[in-house]
Design a protein around this ligand. Structure first.
Ligand SMILES: *[C@@H]1O[C@H](CO)[C@@H](O)[C@H](O)[C@H]1NC(C)=O
Ligand SMILES: *[C@@H]1O[C@H](CO)[C@@H](O)[C@H](O)[C@H]1NC(C)=O
Length: 403
């Protein structure tokens, strides 16, 4: 009874905080914008393990707070468990740890929000009397669950997220969590939440090293935590097929916001028509790239600069062409072309009025800088080109075969 009451308080309290989820920034330019990662939180498809420190230092209040925060991640109609008719579901496993780890729920146990609440509030209503807190033990149990129940199963291609709630960082030698976390991070995202205010012995810095860059949080600003973790789930569940580069806010900063756009530069020359058809065949609904914004133009160029088969001076087709009296961008199959809007990057003197120069290439205008600008040209010329496609995310499920 007390538990149910507690849960109700929590859900009410937290729901108010969720009124405005952390909004994703975007480059809105006169109506068209770079695609953001699918934000349908009810259709995330992830395998998550929550790893919760329940050692004495967490305190009873601390563990109950964590329980409320975990449940709050899923209270808005998220699909938990496996549904044979709907691939976009999330599984969550629960691990607690102090000196040793305990698997409270493996990845196949929880199939509804009520069950999640019962299990989480049942396991996390008070802290343990054990003072030791070995994050290594908790991570190892999470890694084991993911290895056995996610990798090498029919959900192998689902993204995996471990959320660590910790009140201290301890362990040396074989109990040091960092080497294990570093190995796991090759194909698992790790988010960390630091409990307690004091930064004893560099606790915050050490815990943030466990996290995937940008996914280290603290409970200090508790109201923000649930929206932050939800935004992290949206970002983790947003990725590109092999061979494609995911657009992000800053090329040099891996932790910067990821967009819902995958880019594939093709280093074989083709005429404009062949390039267009080739993009269509690269991947489900792919098309020649549009450069709606400076951010995307620059990001694409930086990807190309880092591919040795693209030699200078750069010249490559983009998805802009002249037809029916307008400059228009390629779109996914079945959608009408989009008319060129305010941002443009024409080289001085372009576009020319030639009736035959209907294709557009990015051209490196000076040998002293990699900067490129647009020139219209003949579509019969052979050039390298760049394709784009939407990411695999909560609004776009990708089957294992396609990745
Ligand atoms: C996350 O880690 C970075 C790098 O260590 C640090 O600058 C930042 O303050 C941390 N954020 C939080 C919320 O702890
Ligand atoms: C550039 O390419 C190299 C080699 O493929 C890769 O290791 C490196 O991470 C790339 N740089 C960036 C910023 O992506």
């Amino acid at each position: 009874m007390a538990m149910k009451f507690l849960l109700t308080c929590f859900l009410l309290g937290i729901t108010f905080c969720l009124g405005s989820p952390v909004s994703q920034s975007s480059n809105c330019q006169d109506g068209y914008m770079d695609r953001v990662c699918g934000e349908d939180e009810t259709h995330l498809w992830l395998d998550i393990v929550a790893v919760v420190d329940n050692s004495k230092g967490m305190t009873d209040k601390g563990v109950v707070t964590v329980a409320g925060q975990i449940v709050s991640l899923f209270v808005d109609g998220q699909q938990l468990g496996i549904d044979p008719n709907q691939p976009r579901t999330t599984r969550i496993g629960i691990v607690t740890y102090n000196r040793d780890a305990t698997v409270v729920a493996d990845l196949n146990k929880i199939t509804s929000i009520d069950q999640l609440a019962d299990i989480v509030f049942g396991a996390l209503h008070k802290a343990s009397s054990i003072a030791d807190s070995y994050l290594h033990a908790g991570l190892e149990a999470a890694d084991d669950l993911l290895q056995r129940q996610s990798f090498a199963t029919s959900r192998g291609h689902y993204k995996k997220l471990v959320i660590v709630y910790a009140s201290e960082y301890s362990g040396t030698g074989t109990q040091d969590p960092l080497p294990l976390a570093t190995r796991m991070k090759v194909d698992v995202a790790i988010a960390t939440v630091a409990y307690g205010q004091d930064n004893v012995n560099g606790f915050l810095r050490q815990l943030s090293q466990i996290a995937t860059p940008g996914y280290n949080f603290t409970n200090q600003n508790g109201i923000q935590l649930v929206p932050e973790l939800r935004a992290t789930m949206v970002q983790v569940n947003c990725y590109c097929p092999n061979q494609w580069f995911q657009m992000r806010q800053s090329y040099s900063d891996e932790s910067s916001l990821k967009y819902g756009v995958c880019i594939h530069p093709v280093t074989l020359g083709a005429t404009r028509t062949a390039a267009k058809l080739s993009c269509r065949n690269q991947w489900n609904n792919a098309y020649m790239i549009n450069e709606y914004t400076q951010t995307k133009h620059d990001f694409t160029l930086q990807v190309i600069e880092n591919i040795t088969a693209f030699t200078q001076p750069y010249t490559y087709y983009i998805g802009l062409s002249y037809s029916n009296g307008n400059w228009q961008w390629e779109q996914p199959n079945g959608q009408p072309l989009a008319q060129l809007q305010t941002w443009s990057d024409w080289c001085p003197g372009y576009p020319t009025a030639s009736s035959t120069d209907t294709a557009v290439v990015n051209v490196q205008s000076s040998s002293s800088s990699a900067k490129t600008c647009w020139q219209n040209t003949k579509s019969s010329l052979t050039n390298m080109y760049v394709c784009e496609v939407a990411t695999c995310d909560s609004t776009n499920y990708c089957t294992a075969e396609k990745i």
